[in-house]
Design a protein around this ligand. Structure first.
Ligand code: G6P
Length: 485
């Protein structure tokens, strides 16, 4: 289950419609498992008031959940993306708290839970994805105690001092604890969650295990083996909360990168940029968490200082449109585009543009060509659950060339230690890192890239889903065996 289905319904001007595959690693990772186990994907079709019937797509049954225009405003744009999103990203933008947004979040989560409850087979495994659906695990367990329930949070989970701002903090924690396994990107996120559980509910936590008291036998109805007796003599259900860093389908990126047509396109891109000595690249959803403004500031200062010139260093910034009806995103777009315009006005020449700015999503092939063309990849997020762009760049660079400049505030920094790690708030430090990346000797680039690639290729998205589902299976069978013992 996820807020968005792996396919989007697109309605043309003449009223006809079609389903388009939304690009994303999650589908690639889950497709083999889902089709092998007769799986269903429950989610929203991406448009208002759509009442499509369930259908089959690539051996997966697609189960659309309807959202009204008002729910898109209150549940999706409001509570999910103007309350939870800024709160969970360390309040980089101020979160807004509205009771009617929360009420809509509750009722939409209930609708998702009902939809899953009606399609899941007896004893089935249900894997709920991301912050839009945090109440689903508890709601689903209430209707279907026989199910095995996993939850994965793709974004950060904040420290208690921040999380505790949320007026509905206890309900959110209780919602999540309906799952058997709760996965996070970083060890620190799982720690923040466990701390919130202790502070708000006083439950015992030990390492990654949380003991959730059973107050009503119906909670384990149909699966009595899930209950065990705690050391203090209470009936509890154990929940695991730990890190499972997500990844990408690394092999498919490398395969594209090895395609002659894409390599030719990479050369062509450099040529079209005026054959600068250094091409730098930023690729993000246009989101205030991504630190695009900090990146542009550092780049602009390097140009102003005369450390680099547009003839020898060019920046390409892909900023894909996102959540365009949320005010913070509109303001961000204005700010970024003002900065880009100013820098181009101040520094571009007729033959060399300081920043090639694209406010458009790009097809996967073009992205890979851009990664291959980029000498320096700039990932300067102020806070990011993981940042898959960093991993995509690494997976693409089978030539062991290129330098990744990576924010320590992106989850990827926990794994990609051979990158040039930066604090994007420190503009001086960021400028130094960019200069170091530009001047890095070939042998050092190659050494770092080899080490990065080892990690990304080994821990790919298939391994991520296998690890999570394995932990879910172990957790539920461990409970039954401890009960038998
Ligand atoms: C992040 C979230 C996803 C979300 C995606 C795109 O990666 O973790 O849950 O789907 O952004 O955002 P959108 O609001 O367009 O679904």
């Amino acid at each position: 289950m996820s807020n968005r289905l792996p396919v989007d319904k697109v309605v043309e001007a003449d009223g006809s419609s079609e389903w388009r595959v939304s690009p994303g690693g999650l589908v690639t990772a889950l497709e083999p498992i889902m089709s092998a186990s007769d799986g269903a994907w429950v989610g929203w079709a991406g448009i208002a008031d759509d009442h499509s019937e369930p259908f089959e797509h690539d051996n997966i049954s697609i189960v659309p959940v309807t959202l009204s225009a008002e729910e898109i405003e209150l549940y999706y744009e409001g509570f999910s993306n103007d309350t939870l999103w800024p709160l969970y990203h360390d309040v980089i933008a101020p979160p807004t708290y509205h009771r009617d947004w929360w009420e809509s979040y509750v009722s939409v989560n209930q609708r998702f839970a009902d939809a899953a409850a009606s399609v899941a087979a007896s004893g089935a495994t249900v894997w709920v994805q991301d912050y839009q659906l945090q109440l689903v695990p508890k709601m689903l367990r209430e209707i279907r105690p026989d199910l095995v329930i996993g939850f994965f949070n793709h974004i950060p989970f904040p420290a208690y001092g921040i999380f505790s701002q949320l007026p509905w903090r206890t309900q959110v924690i209780e919602g999540l604890l309906g799952a058997d396994v709760i996965g996070f990107q970083r060890v620190a996120d799982a720690g923040n969650f466990s701390r919130a559980v202790r502070r708000l509910l006083g439950y015992t936590t030990k390492g990654s295990t949380i003991e959730v008291p059973i107050t009503d036998v119906s909670e384990v109805q149909g699966a009595p083996h899930r209950a065990k007796t705690s050391r203090r003599g209470h009936q509890v259900r154990t929940v695991t909360a730990r890190a499972f860093p997500i990844s990408i389908d690394a092999a498919s990126f490398e395969e594209l990168a090895r395609t002659p047509a894409i390599q030719a396109r990479a050369r062509e891109l450099r040529h079209e940029l005026g054959d600068p000595a250094v091409v730098m690249l930023g690729v993000d959803r246009l989101d205030y968490t991504k630190g695009i403004g900090h990146r542009l500031k550092a780049y602009g200062e390097l140009l102003a200082d005369g450390k680099i010139s547009v003839a020898d260093a060019s920046l390409v910034q892909v900023a894909s449109p996102s959540r365009e009806r949320v005010q913070t995103y509109m303001t961000l777009r204005d700010e970024i585009e003002l900065t880009v315009g100013r820098l181009n006005g101040d520094f571009s020449t007729i033959s060399h543009t300081a920043i090639s700015y694209l406010h458009q999503g790009q097809p996967r092939e073009e992205m890979v060509a851009l990664y291959l063309a980029a000498d320096v990849m700039l990932v300067t997020a102020l806070r990011d659950g993981m940042n898959l762009v960093a991993k995509e760049y690494v997976a693409t660079r089978f030539d062991n060339d290129g330098v990744l400049v990576l924010s320590e505030f992106a989850g990827a920094a926990d794994e990609l230690k051979a990158a040039l790690l930066v604090n994007p708030h420190d503009i001086g430090g960021l400028k130094e890192a960019i200069m170091k990346a530009i001047g890095m000797p070939k042998h050092e680039k190659s050494r770092r890239m080899r080490s990065l690639r080892k990690r990304v290729i080994e821990y790919d998205v298939a391994r991520w889903s296998k690890n999570f589902l394995g932990a879910l299976a172990d957790q539920t069978s461990a409970q039954s065996s401890s009960d038998a013992a």
